[in-house]
Design a protein around this ligand. Structure first.
Ligand code: NAX
Length: 328
């Protein structure tokens, strides 16, 4: 039988953690034939709550779950990790500027990057969910010089999935009819969900929609501001859908994406599509042989160019801020 895979989850006692851990333990992260060991990282005040979640995991008697360990020390939590889901982050408090937020998160993602560098397994794959996800991933990566840079990624799969459903509803088609949708740029309000390269039953999606006003005034803002709409409706931020997207991202990274389609993930830029090298930006990606590859050779129309550049510019500014703070 297969050796268990060590999955480290930070922020394990939080709401995304609660939605995520049961799905990992049931086999949805890595597949139904892969046993897992969970390594949960929390801050000391939340360790007891994480222990409560671990009790419930025990009570599920998942056949694939071969152990749960709980830590408040990143060095221990990432020791031997094959997969790391960095969910815990510092939320924006009242009166906090973007620089303050980046600095506060630097205090979390720098030591976590160092701990990954020190003790994670050679095949470590990192997905950052905690916001500001792209730049948190950049901070962690820059403190893990011995880990290949491409192993650090940030999540835009929730945005991707949100965009799929908005388009499916607009055209009254099924999710399965839609291919090649892309989220470009930052996981923030500047992100660009791109229909111009997407296909609906083989036809161009933007042409099938044929409504630039809907695209600009409805589709793009609905996808980009969906997080706020969920908070408004639910009284709490997206949790199960975020966990679902994290599962999708890692499953595809490990197992590959289907032929004839692509997905979206924020991965280190190699300079493709004019995105400065090294920025962790969302691209159209496929997964082959356990690695993300940026889909090459797409023609970018003028409207899309402007939207992509604006979101990438925000990432450049975030990087410059954390550079000034000495965090990268
Ligand atoms: P919660 O506040 O419910 O949980 C966060 C947990 O992280 C808490 O239990 C906290 O104790 C823990 N934590 C804080 N600092 C830590 C540290 N240094 N080490 C380990 N654990 C630590 O937030 P939740 O709703 O679970 O959201 C988690 C993060 O996901 C937030 O940053 C949120 O903004 C982000 N999101 C990202 C999304 C994306 O698409 N990339 C979408 C959903 C979500 O908004």
């Amino acid at each position: 039988s297969k050796a268990p895979v060590n999955v480290t989850v930070t922020g394990a006692a939080g709401q995304i953690g609660y939605a995520l851990l049961f799905r990992i333990a049931s086999g949805q992260l890595l597949g139904a034939d892969t046993p897992v060991k969970l390594r949960l990282l929390e801050i000391p005040q939340a360790v007891k709550a994480a222990e409560g979640t671990a009790m419930e995991l025990d009570d599920c008697a998942f056949p694939l779950l071969q152990g749960i360990d709980i830590f408040d020390d990143p060095r221990q939590a990432f020791a031997g990790a094959n997969i790391a889901l960095l969910v815990g982050a510092r939320p924006r408090g009242p009166g906090m500027e973007r620089g303050d937020l980046l600095e506060a998160n630097g205090g979390i993602f720098k030591p976590q990057g160092e701990a990954i560098n020190a003790g994670a397994a050679d095949d470590i794959r990192v997905l950052v969910v905690g916001n500001p996800a792209n730049t948190n991933a950049l901070i962690a990566q820059s403190h893990a010089p011995d880990v290949p840079a491409e192993r650090f990624t940030a999540m835009t799969r929730l945005d991707h999935n949100r965009a799929l459903t908005q388009l499916a509803k607009k055209l009254d088609v099924s999710i399965n009819d839609i291919k090649k949708l892309t989220i470009w740029g930052n996981h923030s309000a500047t992100q660009y969900p791109d229909l111009f390269r997407a296909e609906v039953n083989g036809a161009n999606a933007a042409e099938a929609v044929n409504d630039q006003k809907w695209l600009e005034d409805d589709f793009i803002p609905t996808v980009a501001k969906r997080g706020a709409a969920i908070i408004d409706a639910r009284g709490a931020s997206s949790a199960a859908s975020a966990a679902n997207a994290a599962i999708d991202h890692v499953y595809d990274w490990v197992n590959g994406t289907p032929e004839g389609d692509w997905t979206s993930a924020a991965i280190p830029s190699d300079g493709s599509y004019g995105v400065p090298e090294g920025l962790i930006s969302s691209f159209p990606v496929v997964s082959r042989g356990g690695r993300w590859e940026i889909v090459q050779g797409l023609e970018i129309d003028e409207f899309s160019r402007g939207r992509i550049d604006a979101s990438v510019q925000e990432l450049v500014e975030e990087r410059d801020t954390v550079k000034k703070l000495g965090l990268v």
